[in-house]
Design a protein around this ligand. Structure first.
Ligand SMILES: O=C([O-])C(=O)C[C@H](O)[C@@H](O)C(=O)[O-]
Ligand SMILES: [Mg+2]
Length: 442
């Protein structure tokens, strides 16, 4: 029997609808963008993957096609080495200082790796989780409810949707403004009723720290048993972070990037000091994002929860981080951005393969649920995603009609890179990003 060979690789920049989610980088526009890769193998199987949007990633994927086509599916690591070798220099500047990761090539590598893994899993009749690390570790992956402050879309003339693909209370509230503790609690309740979350994360870095502490207290009152996290993306100074943390003592399960680089100290040094002084488990998706940063984090004891998003660690890399966490007594988790259900399957498979105790993983899916690109997307029930060990590949089947429509939406609106400043400028004229100032504090 001959091993299947890649005959064709298609790259689809796609778009979907989003709410006006607020974060340190500004306000999400009406559309989010992603890059979807579809590989066709000579045995008729189709492999798929999804990574962040943006023209640079699209271009590297397009340029990598010649390395991919003709490769037997078992030889994919050679292709990944080739992409790194040819385009790795594009990532020299690191992830940047926005809330989202600005690298290019690592995302392209993940897109290619994942589509190959999907094909390999199908060929071997195994889930992708079984091909990663030491193999599948669990069938039920815990997922958290990712809450955001939301801007008033009516203050813009941008084409946000108001009506919804989702029914019920969650569908009613998820596009509506939310800036007060009551409004956030209402969203949390609707998300809980729909998805059964037992962990919530609040995206901070929007209001003043004092006000965000009040929202966390309201969440704790409404959900006294829930595990809570807040993530201001490093907006607070160390002193502010220490003050807010002491006010939230007892209600935080962990805290994420409470502070970052300041006064000549690196983000990792400052997080190390924060952890030493508070003993609160500290997560990051900003200062421990590659192996060199991981080494420095471990030496400094800077981070106890590396959020190893497979989209910027690769699928295999993310699970390797999980193995390191397991060995060092750290607590692995996954970071996310807005995404479709292909990424949901990727995160679920990586988390299913992560050894040891893991944190509930991040997902933005609740803001997109209803805009599927696959025929039977993974679902969140009781705050978990079930990854059946009888799955093959990622466990999803792409819906080409939906992908074509999402690609059309991308083209129609001439979309590309994420830019949260644009929508934010409707709320505050001339608004500009400042990594040390919450978005609505100007
Ligand atoms: O954990 C994080 O930092 C994120 O989820 C980053 C994202 O860019 C988030 O801020 C967002 O979607 O606006
Ligand atoms: Mg974060």
């Amino acid at each position: 029997m001959t091993v299947p060979v890649i005959q064709k690789m298609d790259v689809y920049p796609v778009a979907g609808y989003d709410s006006m989610l607020l974060n340190l980088s500004g306000a999400h526009g009406p559309f989010f963008t992603r890059n979807v890769v579809i590989m066709h193998a000579s045995n008729g199987d189709v492999g798929v993957s999804e990574v962040p949007g943006g023209k640079k990633i699209t271009q590297v994927l397009e340029a990598s096609r010649s390395l991919v086509v003709g490769t037997p599916i078992g030889d994919y690591k050679r292709v990944l080495q080739g992409i790194k070798h040819q385009y790795g220099n594009l990532d020299q500047g690191g992830r940047g200082n926005q809330t989202f990761d600005l690298r290019t090539t690592i995302h392209a590598q993940t897109a290619v790796e994942t589509a190959f893994l999907d094909l390999l899993g199908k060929y071997l009749h195994e889930p992708v989780a079984a091909l990663l690390g030491d193999g599948q570790q669990r069938e039920d992956v815990p997922v958290l409810g990712y809450l955001f402050f939301i801007g008033d879309r009516q203050q813009t003339d941008l084409p946000y949707i108001g009506d919804d693909h989702e029914h019920g209370e969650w569908g009613e509230v998820r596009r509506e403004p939310a800036l007060t503790p009551e409004q956030i609690v209402r969203k949390a309740q609707a998300a809980y009723d729909r998805y059964g979350f037992t962990t919530f994360k609040l995206k901070g870095g929007v209001l003043s720290g004092e006000k965000e502490v009040q929202v966390m207290k309201a969440l704790h009152r409404a959900f006294p048993k829930a595990k809570l996290d807040i993530d201001p993306n490093g907006a607070w100074s160390l002193n502010e972070a220490l003050r807010y943390a002491s006010e939230m003592k007892g209600l935080l399960n962990y805290i994420e990037d409470p502070c970052g680089a300041e006064n000549g100290f690196s983000g990792r040094e400052v997080l190390a000091e924060f952890q030493r002084r508070t003993h609160i488990p500290t997560a990051t998706n900003m200062v421990d994002t590659d192996w060199r940063q991981m080494a420095s984090s471990l030496i400094l004891n800077a981070v106890s929860i590396p959020l190893a998003d497979p989209h910027f660690w690769t699928m295999q890399g993310s699970v390797e981080v999980a193995k390191v966490c397991h060995a060092f007594g750290l607590n692995w988790g996954i970071h996310s951005n807005n995404h479709f259900d292909i990424s949901l399957a990727m995160a679920a498979n990586a988390a299913a393969a992560a050894p040891g105790h893991i944190n509930a993983i991040d997902t933005h899916w609740i803001w997109q649920d209803g805009q599927e690109l696959t025929k039977h997307p993974y679902e969140i029930h009781d705050g978990q995603i079930h990854v059946d060990s009888r799955n093959e590949g990622l466990g999803i089947e792409v819906n080409m009609d939906a992908i074509t429509a999402a690609h059309q939406l991308y083209l129609e609106h001439n979309l590309g890179n994420r830019d949260d400043a644009k929508a934010m400028q409707y709320l505050i004229p001339h608004w500009q990003y400042d990594p040390k100032k919450p978005a609505l504090v100007r």
